[in-house]
Design a protein around this ligand. Structure first.
Ligand code: UDP
Length: 343
């Protein structure tokens, strides 16, 4: 991409202090895009945003704030990561998800249209598919979410499709599979406490923060009986956002909905074996019943993203994903110790 096009397209990243958003900020900055961050720091961390990136603390639903940022920064594209992401919490408190993911997105999209922002990239999820009948799952598969989290994201996809048909804006909805790992240079990683995702939980156990890892279900119809997922490295995912933005700029009349996964799956046991191999130690495993709402297997069909973007994943090896997640876990422990020593 021509450098001028980048400097002419300042990007606002919402949720840029969070896990995936902070990696998108790094990918944009590494590729020379002017970038600013809007984050309310409810689950994000100020330290996750580089000091030279303009930072605005606030809510994406604050129309006046978004208007001010767009005017101050000359924003031409919004990457919208801010939102709530815990599936069981969405079942217990659905209105929180429809507020933070659906209503807040509506407000942000309205502010973007009002300000004439021409490109919008949205964090969507494989949870929009529910329990797919066919795996690998393609974008055209039925979208029947099985939890409010998936619905809250699917509704925002629908809004974007309707808005893009009515206004001069195009969008990319990227449906993430299982995001894991950390920036290879250890500038960011997954920092939120109370993790529930398998690779994060496993590296916490490997780092001594937990005694064991529960395997939720060993009687699935999968090769070893445990759940199979398509784990994608967060930095490869971040680069996919940058490439999607280039595609939106190149063809303003076209919007994109794409799976983000590698198209291959690993079982829970394979993930835990990989963690053991990387550390040279064995995590204690316990066998637990299936977790409600877990499909046996969720693997993306990545044909569309492969055909649409020049996306060439760099970190798809599972041991690399695990090693980077583990590296970040170690760094996080050092940072927390230093914080404890200082205060
Ligand atoms: N899983 C597990 N133990 C854990 C966390 C997850 O066995 O502590 C399993 C889960 O049942 C699923 C897979 O690991 O088969 C991935 O779950 P995760 O929560 O990481 O992501 P999800 O696919 O639910 O979004």
């Amino acid at each position: 991409m021509n450098r001028n096009l980048q400097t002419e397209c300042p990007v606002l990243v919402t949720g840029g202090a969070g896990y995936i958003g902070s990696h998108a900020v790094l990918a944009l900055r590494d590729a020379g895009w002017p970038v600013a961050v809007l984050d309310n720091l409810v689950t994000g961390f100020r330290f996750a945003v580089p000091d030279d990136v303009p930072f605005y603390e606030g809510d994406v639903s604050d129309a006046d704030l978004v208007a001010r940022i767009v005017s101050e920064r000359g924003t031409r594209a919004i990457m919208h990561f801010a939102g709530s992401v815990v599936v069981p919490e969405s079942v217990a408190d659905p209105l929180k998800y429809y507020a933070n993911n659906t209503a807040a997105s509506r407000a942000l999209i309205a502010a973007a249209i009002e300000a004439g922002v021409p490109h919008f990239i949205f964090s969507s999820t494989a949870a929009t598919y529910g329990v797919p009948e066919i795996s690998p799952v393609s974008e055209d598969a039925p979208k029947v979410p099985i939890n409010p989290y998936g619905w809250s994201k699917l509704m925002t996809e629908r809004m974007l499709a309707d808005v893009a048909a009515a206004h001069p804006m195009n969008y990319a909805a990227l449906r993430y599979f299982n995001v894991a790992g950390a920036d290879p240079q250890m500038r960011s990683g997954q920092s939120t406490a109370g993790a529930t995702h398998l690779i994060k939980v496993a590296v916490e156990a490997a780092a001594g923060k937990r005694d064991s890892v529960a395997i939720f279900g060993s009687d699935y119809d999968t090769p070893d009986g445990t759940g199979v997922r398509d784990y994608i490295h967060v930095s490869d995912l971040a680069v996919a956002h940058v490439l999607a933005l280039e595609a939106l700029i190149a063809d303003p009349g076209r919007s994109l909905t794409m799976n983000c996964g590698y198209g291959r799956g690993f079982s829970v046991r394979e993930v835990l074996d990989t963690v053991d191999r990387v550390t040279g130690a064995a995590i204690t495993r316990t066998l637990e019943p299936r977790r409600a709402g877990d499909p046996a297997s969720l693997i993306s069909d990545p044909s569309r993203i492969r055909a649409t973007l020049p996306w060439r994943p760099q970190h798809h090896d599972l041991a690399t994903i695990v090693a980077h997640a583990l590296g970040w876990e170690t760094k996080l422990a050092e940072m927390r110790n230093a914080e404890g020593d200082n205060g």
